[in-house]
Ligand binder design. Structure first.
Ligand SMILES: Nc1ncnc2c1ncn2[C@@H]1O[C@H](COP(=O)(O)OP(=O)(O)OP(=O)(O)O)[C@@H](O)[C@H]1O
Ligand SMILES: [Mg+2]
Length: 277
């Protein structure tokens, strides 16, 4: 028994470079980071070149973004994120659009919580793009006011790294700060698709999340869906009808895959944020 304990102590000492202290979370995080930096060198450097942004905790709270820290409220989004990631891995998906039948169902709230929650999962990388060019809201939800808008990136006037903002080491948001009169023109341009391909190749994100306008009231959403791997449909309890969900599913299925349906705005706590297939 003593021999075994001595062997374990020697092994631990060797592992920790001669110290006999227990392994701390910070050691593990630092080690994971170093391992990843060594593995993905240039990609890590590109991520590091995106400016860090300190989101306003008050704005986030007022906008119902709870997921940046573990909490009871964040749990619903953590479950949603886990289920979505399982589905993404199973199908080899990276690009996910969020849409709904009509306005105000909670698309932006869901998208912002998903990306904020990824900040607590340093082994994955995620990007959020505010593609709602008529009613952009992501900047307001995080309290951000950058000098340029996502449209500038798609027009090729600004580099992705200069316009995007990192919320955490592994997550970025690309916000829209300027309303675009004719979004279809930007969204359907082949240059937009090429720029997204380039961003994906350069930064290798695990998730590219696109906050879209409602599909039944915006033609550009339909046009964009062919560029994504799958679509998360947000329905609001007491607001979205079953017929509308069916219609959105049919629309989405013409261009992409349905990743799942989020039932939002449930009045009863044990229902909360539902996620179903
Ligand atoms: N689960 C929820 N419980 C209560 N309020 C919510 C919930 N989810 C979202 N909201 C609120 O509903 C409103 C609309 O949410 P949000 O902006 O996320 O919807 P949206 O689908 O993105 O709307 P739009 O179609 O205008 O882009 C916001 O005021 C938001 O705070
Ligand atoms: Mg929105």
């Amino acid at each position: 028994m003593e021999k075994l304990q001595a062997a374990l102590a020697r092994a631990r000492e060797k592992r920790e470079g001669g110290t006999d202290r227990p392994l701390r979370t910070t050691d593990v995080t630092a080690r994971n980071r170093a391992r990843r930096a060594a593995k993905d060198g240039a990609i890590g450097e590109r991520w590091a070149s995106i400016g860090m942004f300190e989101a306003s905790p008050k704005r986030m709270h007022d906008s119902r973004i709870y997921s940046s820290e573990a909490s009871v409220e964040a749990q619903h989004f953590d479950i949603l994120r886990t289920k979505l990631f399982l589905e993404m891995r199973r199908n080899d998906w990276t690009r996910i659009a969020i849409t709904s039948a009509t306005a105000g169902c909670g698309k932006t709230t869901t998208a912002c919580n998903l990306i904020a929650g990824m900040g607590r999962q340093p082994e994955t990388r995620g990007m959020l793009f505010d593609m709602d060019f008529r009613r952009p809201a992501v900047a307001k939800f995080f309290g951000a006011a950058p000098g340029s808008s996502l449209e500038d990136v798609f027009l090729g006037n600004v580099d992705f790294a200069d316009q995007a903002m990192r919320l955490d080491e592994n997550t970025s948001v690309s916000v829209t700060t300027r309303i675009v009169a004719d979004p279809a023109r930007v969204i359907l341009r082949s240059q937009t698709s090429e720029i997204l391909d380039q961003i994906q190749a350069d930064y290798r994100p695990d998730l590219m999340l696109f906050d879209m306008p409602p599909v039944l009231v915006s033609d550009e959403t339909r046009g964009f869906l062919k560029l994504v791997d799958a679509v998360l449909i947000v329905a609001a309890a007491d607001m979205t009808t079953v017929a509308q969900v069916d219609e959105v599913e049919r629309e989405v299925a013409q261009y992409s895959n349905v990743a799942g349906i989020v039932l939002n705005k449930c009045r009863f706590m044990d229902e909360g944020y539902g996620y179903s297939y």
